[in-house]
Design a protein around this ligand. Structure first.
Ligand SMILES: [Mg+2]
Length: 266
């Protein structure tokens, strides 16, 4: 889902860039008026600059783009995490969790647990499946600021941690290796890390996926997997994602939307 939409996003970005370049030529010829547009889209060049500022973007000598821990992005993350910790504390005190099942958190991976800013910035926010897969396969993404600490906080209070990603089953190994490397010190086996396995979809997704055909939307896949966890006796007290589609569909007490202005997954 992310792939196709990001290709669509990339195509739009190309069109926009072309339009901006062409438009500036047209503007000098006709005095700047453009009667065919009543609402001109936001300037993509300015937007890239604003996103740089938001992440506190810096480029290392080796060309890697990093985000600053003092950035507005990091501050926005910290606000969400502060609220989540308060909720986790309340949900787990006095054995409250026994009423509804064992408390659990569900975390998306891309840009919820592992930060892809280097890929996004260096590709000018476009997407290509081959280069994306190469990037993920390096298992060298940094953690999203504060997320390993949030997991540790929840773990100490008896909360089970699950990762639920749109990454394909082929990318399980590097994803798990990367999570370990940046300090997600929790169970990362197949029953705790859920990938999109189109060749062998689980039976609980049989309403939208068979080995012959995967037709689950992001929401169907993710909400269906959360429902499966509930069926196994877990009470999902927090569901974390950088896309609204990570959070829609229910089967969690509360969703936590992390910031990501760099792409959109329906
Ligand atoms: Mg994500």
């Amino acid at each position: 889902m992310r792939k196709s939409l990001k290709i669509a996003g990339a195509a739009s970005a190309c069109v926009l860039t072309g339009a901006v370049l062409y438009g500036s030529g047209a503007a000098s010829a006709d005095g700047g008026a453009n009667p065919t547009h009543s609402t001109e889209p936001y300037n993509i060049g300015k937007l890239v600059g604003e996103i740089d500022d938001y992440y506190g973007a810096e480029q290392d000598d080796d060309g890697t783009w990093t985000s600053s821990p003092d950035s507005d992005y990091a501050k926005d993350l910290a606000r969400v995490q502060h609220e989540a910790k308060k909720d986790i504390r309340q949900a787990t005190q006095h054995g409250k969790h026994h009423r509804h099942g064992k408390p659990a958190l569900v975390l998306d991976i891309d840009d919820t647990s592992l930060l892809s800013f280097d890929y996004e910035r260096s590709t000018n926010y476009t997407f290509d499946e081959e280069t994306w897969n190469e990037y993920v396969s390096k298992a060298d993404r940094p953690a999203v600021f504060g997320m390993p600490e949030l997991v540790e906080y929840a773990k100490k209070r008896g909360v089970e941690i699950f990762f639920l990603t749109g990454l394909s089953e082929d990318l399980r190994k590097p994803a798990v290796k990367n999570l370990e490397k940046v300090g997600f010190d929790t169970k990362l086996d197949k029953s705790h890390v859920f990938t999109k396995d189109k060749a062998n979809p689980p039976s609980y997704l049989d309403h939208c996926a068979t080995p012959a055909k995967w037709e689950c939307s992001t929401v169907e896949y993710k909400a269906g997997t959360r429902e499966h966890l509930e069926d196994k006796g877990f009470h999902i007290v927090g569901n974390f994602g950088d896309q609204q589609s990570d959070l829609d569909g229910g089967h969690a007490k509360k969703g936590y939307k992390l910031p990501n202005p760099t792409y959109f997954v329906e």
